[in-house]
Design a protein around this ligand. Structure first.
Ligand code: ADP
Ligand code: LRH
Length: 477
């Protein structure tokens, strides 16, 4: 039996899982993740993450290959000597406000969209690089590529994640010279692109940072997977035909459809849709919705109460009482989330949630409403038919959110796999090792899934109209 290690780094937790050709998956190590302010910026402790990965690989024992995926857009800079210049900055740091405005001024919103196919989200790598000090930078490595470099000594940029940077040409899928030159980003720091399924190199500690702990003593090939976590999750959607939408639901909700070609219309641009690269050359046509970040932040503010108890109480709280725009980047930064949500309700003329269960109800219904809007808009803007919604990732464990999403969308929601990303990571390694056949069908046949049918579909359209109306009158989200 061939064994594959999937290193899957989420914004809220990282894990090392072992999978095989039958897509049986075992978690061997999980660790918490999160950004913290150091040296004047919100940063990821990527050396600690690497130590956790090495520990996880130790727990995994010998495997035939290793794949690494993580959240998108963030990067580390290597100096001329190959060392990391600084701890990577988290996309939630506020440093891109001015550079985003500058890029929009130089190229125009339509010009940026036509070139990159991305919504001009403040998190995009391009705006971060424009805000960064690139003195002495030899190479920019996205997070999974940085980990792969530390594991092998090889540098590159895997294409699904490169497509989140805002520097990939949406037409040619190569680094865009016109964007780098217009935005003064030295193209020499962008490493060669690589595609899922290509070998990166054998395990080799030559570039591993110190002190990192024991490096695996066994031999294994590190293989490029769909290293953007969302791309891996979508690859593992247990879809039986093309007529589906997906919600990759964890810290973020990434909501959209899988297409053969990008959609670059004006309506798509103003609708805030992004065209990212998916496995097999597909387009992930999606909208970024804030996701369970809203809940994570509230839980942290409340001192981490028991989640199941809170969800039960939220299920009993009044229905569709107060809603916020869960796709609004105003919720991007950390801190004070219960108060910010209450203020957003107040500013749009709605009752403020006054207890944690009411706030949780507000968050989950707001997410369900944003899921509904994104599924409907993606369908309308792309012309793609949708009969079912696949809700993937940790959010699939939140049964209330799954039911509310089915109700809001008026469509069946198939929830799971909760570890879709790690599964998508293993799928590419299995394919590379020669496993043939329909791997999505294998996911459907082997993983725990639950279908939620739409029940109470009343009130959602009115709630959306009321929220749009309140925002149009100047209310904050
Ligand atoms: P990421 O990869 O972005 O770190 P995950 O896909 O791991 O995110 O999802 C994490 C989220 O899943 C948590 O914030 C939490 O809201 C939700 N979640 C995980 N386990 C459960 C559970 N048992 N019940 C309800 N929600 C859960
Ligand atoms: C989800 C995700 C998402 C990006 C964001 C930075 O983890 O990769 O697709 O937009 O993180």
């Amino acid at each position: 039996m061939t064994r594959f290690a999937a290193v899957d780094l989420g914004a809220s937790s990282g894990r090392v899982m072992v999978g095989d050709e039958s897509l049986r998956l075992t978690e061997v190590h999980r660790f918490s993740n999160g950004a913290a302010v150091r040296d004047g910026a919100l940063r990821w402790d990527v050396r600690r993450i690497f130590r956790e990965i090495l520990y996880g690989l130790q727990q995994a024992g010998p495997v035939d290959s290793i794949g690494v995926d993580s959240w998108g857009v963030d990067y580390g800079l290597l100096g001329e000597d190959g060392g990391l210049l600084r701890e990577p900055v988290c996309y939630r740091d506020g440093r891109t406000a001015e550079t985003r405005a500058l890029a929009l001024q130089r190229l125009g919103a339509a010009g940026l969209y036509e070139a990159s196919g991305l919504q001009p989200h403040p998190i995009n790598t391009v705006f971060q690089l424009m805000a960064d000090d690139l003195t002495g930078a030899a190479t920019m490595l996205l997070i999974p590529d940085l980990i792969a470099y530390w594991l092998t000594g090889e540098r590159g940029a895997e294409i699904t994640n490169a497509s989140t940077t805002g520097l990939l040409d949406v037409h040619t899928r190569t680094w865009s010279e016109s964007l780098t030159s217009a935005l003064n980003i030295p193209s020499r720091i962008l490493p060669p692109l690589r595609h899922p399924g290509t070998p990166i190199g054998p395990l080799n500690p030559v570039c591993s940072p110190e002190p990192a702990g024991p490096f695996p003593a066994w031999k294994a090939e590190v293989v490029a997977v769909a290293s953007h976590d969302t791309a891996s999750a979508v690859a593992a959607a247990p879809a039986t035909n093309e007529s589906f939408a997906y919600i990759s639901c964890g810290t973020w909700s990434l909501v959209g459809v899988e297409l053969r070609e990008p959609v670059l219309s004006e309506a798509s641009r103003t609708g805030n849709f992004t065209n990212e690269v998916g496995l097999g050359g597909t387009t992930r046509y999606l909208r970024n919705v804030m996701g369970l970040w809203l809940l994570q932040e509230c839980l942290a503010a409340w001192g981490s109460p028991d989640l199941p108890g809170l969800l039960e109480a939220a299920a009993r709280a009044p229905r569709l009482r107060s809603l916020v725009d869960a796709a609004d980047p105003a919720f991007l930064a950390p801190g004070g989330m219960p108060g910010r949500i209450a203020a957003a309700c107040r500013d749009t003329g709605q009752p403020e949630p006054s207890t944690p269960p009411e706030t949780v109800r507000c968050i989950l219904e707001s997410l369900a409403l944003a899921h509904r809007a994104a599924v409907q808009d993606a369908t309308r803007l792309s012309g793609h038919r949708v009969e079912v919604v696949h809700l993937l990732g940790g959010g699939a464990r939140n049964r209330l959110l799954c039911q509310l999403t089915a109700d809001a969308c008026g469509l069946p929601v198939v929830a799971g796999p909760a570890e879709a990303t790690a599964l998508g990571n293993v799928m590419v390694q299995a394919r590379t090792a020669g496993v043939a056949g329909d791997l999505r069908a294998l996911v459907a046949a082997t993983q725990r899934l639950e279908t939620f049918h739409a029940q109470d579909t009343s009130g959602w359209a009115e709630a959306q109209a009321a929220l749009d109306d309140a925002k149009a009158k100047g209310g904050k989200p």
